[in-house]
Design a protein around this ligand. Structure first.
Ligand code: GDP
Ligand code: GDP
Length: 468
């Protein structure tokens, strides 16, 4: 089974140029056919040995009126629905525009997987734009020149794990077969989205996607080898010269997992002088395809800048996070050390509050069982759905305990709450004056959700919406 890639972005960033490059033949441009507006083009794309369907959101070039934004929004949403992965393109020479921000927001909310490409990146003129693209909060931008064919091997590396995953899915014949009837919930009179989603959940267990990230020498290779040594290797290692991360499918204590080994490739690459930056960017790539990210720290030097950065990125990417502190075998004052670690964790990574912290020794194998359990639990929480009835009863209690603020004498009313998404859990609160809601109140609610519903180890998103 192959996957579908949608190229999205505002007009003129270079989508068609990339589309043509991927599809490999010049398809007539929209403006070559007056009167024909085809909003979405589809073709069979290929890079190296990966093939996939490409969708290009062309056809907007002629829309210069104010409806452009609306159309672009709709088109992007449609493309997202059709695609397994979206490649969001900006023009690095122009930088991030307000329209880019609008589209990025849609992608952040609606697409499970987004790659950001900063196009027209040939030459120095694009440097500032590439850096700006980081701020979209969609992960590390891919430096691309669609016209000159630069960045294609990086794009290949980004698509490779997806391709692998979909090929494996193809073997799971029964996947996505409905298992239960879609029913109407008795808790409220709307259609029960949960039942609907449950009905389409895979019946064959997909491997849980795990990335082990961390600084060089944290012990990533040792950890993965230890796990491999003790568990059944299902497939792999699939080493490929152009691949930045190698993935292995294993059965870890009865749970199928696909583990991205970000260290293996680096060792192959032999760019010793670039060790640091290489391993970070490998890690970033692996983050994108992981469901659970294990941030591996060295007990002797935990919470270094690089560790913090990668943990923060994992949170921003919306991944479940488990912190593993390695080389615990050589720690003497274990009790004191653990206490200090937990304090540092709270101080340096408040955004990951409550995420599990597990001490391990990759060398001896101690603690690996707890690490496995933490991964499975974090993944479960990441997928958790809380019913609307439960949420609103909870919200009532929270409001009573600590009423929302009343800026300029008018109390913000929180009317209703529902879970809009999972992976990670995202909640929508309908309220009056969503723009006036202070950050501190949102935080109160998020922390409350975490405690009340035991949602540790996953980011939680909260969206305030006015009732239109
Ligand atoms: P679309 O509207 O997003 O599909 O953009 P197009 O693919 O039609 O490209 C818009 C313009 O940008 C064209 O003039 C392309 O030749 C140019 N372009 C596309 N990719 C690149 C690139 O990598 N570098 C430069 N300098 N120009 C590019
Ligand atoms: P990577 O760069 O993150 O893949 O790290 P490696 O797996 O190559 O490990 C770096 C060094 O740390 C090696 O010398 C390992 O033997 C050592 N190491 C890894 N895990 C442990 C551990 O649990 N305890 C001890 N004492 N040393 C470890």
């Amino acid at each position: 089974m192959s996957f579908t890639l949608a190229i999205v972005g505002r007009p003129n960033v270079g989508k068609s140029t990339l589309f043509n490059r991927l599809v490999g033949k010049k398809i007539a441009l929209v403006d070559d056919q007056p009167g024909v507006t085809r909003d979405l083009r589809e073709g069979q794309g290929r890079i190296g040995d990966i093939s996939f369907t490409v969708i290009d959101t062309a056809g907007l070039e002629d829309a210069t009126d104010e409806s452009l934004q609306g159309r672009m929004r709709k088109l992007t949403e449609r493309a997202v629905e059709m695609a397994d992965v979206c490649l969001f393109m900006i023009d690095a020479r122009v930088g991030v525009t307000p329209t880019d921000e609008v589209l990025a927001e849609i992608l952040r909310k609606k697409s499970a997987r987004v790659l950001v490409a900063a196009n027209k990146s040939e030459g120095r003129a694009a440097d500032a734009g590439v850096i700006e693209a980081w701020n979209l909060g969609l992960g590390e931008p891919l430096r691309l020149s669609a016209e000159h064919g630069e960045g294609m091997s990086e794009l290949y590396s980004m698509l490779m794990p997806i391709s692998d995953e979909f090929e494996n899915r193809g073997n799971d014949v029964q996947e996505f077969a409905p298992t239960t009837d879609v029913s109407v919930s008795d808790e409220d009179d709307t259609v029960d989205l949960e039942a609907e989603e449950r009905a389409w959940r895979p019946t064959v267990q997909r491997p849980l996607q795990v990335a082990v990230v961390g600084r060089p020498n944290a012990g990533k290779s040792t950890l993965i080898n230890k796990i491999l040594g003790e568990e059944r290797l299902l497939t792999g290692p699939e080493a490929g010269i152009t691949r930045d991360s190698i993935s292995l499918q294993i059965d870890w204590d009865g749970v199928p997992m696909r583990v991205f080994d970000t260290a293996g490739m680096r060792k192959k690459a032999k760019v010793q002088d670039k060790l640091e930056s290489m391993s970070v960017s490998d890690g970033l790539r692996a983050l994108k395809f992981a469901e659970v990210v294990v941030v591996l720290l060295d007990a002797a030097i935990p919470f270094e800048t690089q560790d913090l950065r990668i943990a923060d990125l994992a949170e921003r990417e919306g991944r479940a996070v488990v912190i593993a502190v390695n080389k615990w075998d050589i720690e003497d004052e274990k009790q004191d050390k653990l206490k200090a670690l937990k304090e540092d964790f709270e101080r340096f990574l408040p955004q990951l509050r409550g995420a599990p912290l597990v001490t391990v020794s990759a060398r001896t194998g101690r603690g690996l069982d707890r690490l496995q359990q933490a991964i499975v639990k974090a993944h479960e929480t990441w997928n958790r759905r809380v019913s609307t009835g439960q949420l609103n009863r909870w919200l009532t209690g929270m409001l009573e305990q600590h009423p929302p603020p009343a800026p300029a004498g008018r109390r913000i009313k929180l009317r209703y709450m529902t879970q809009a998404k999972t992976r990670p859990p995202g909640f929508v609160v309908m309220c009056s004056h969503p723009d006036k809601m202070p950050e501190s109140y949102s935080r109160y609610l998020v922390n409350g959700l975490r405690e009340s519903f035991d949602m540790h180890g996953t980011p939680i998103r909260l969206y305030m919406r006015g009732q239109g």
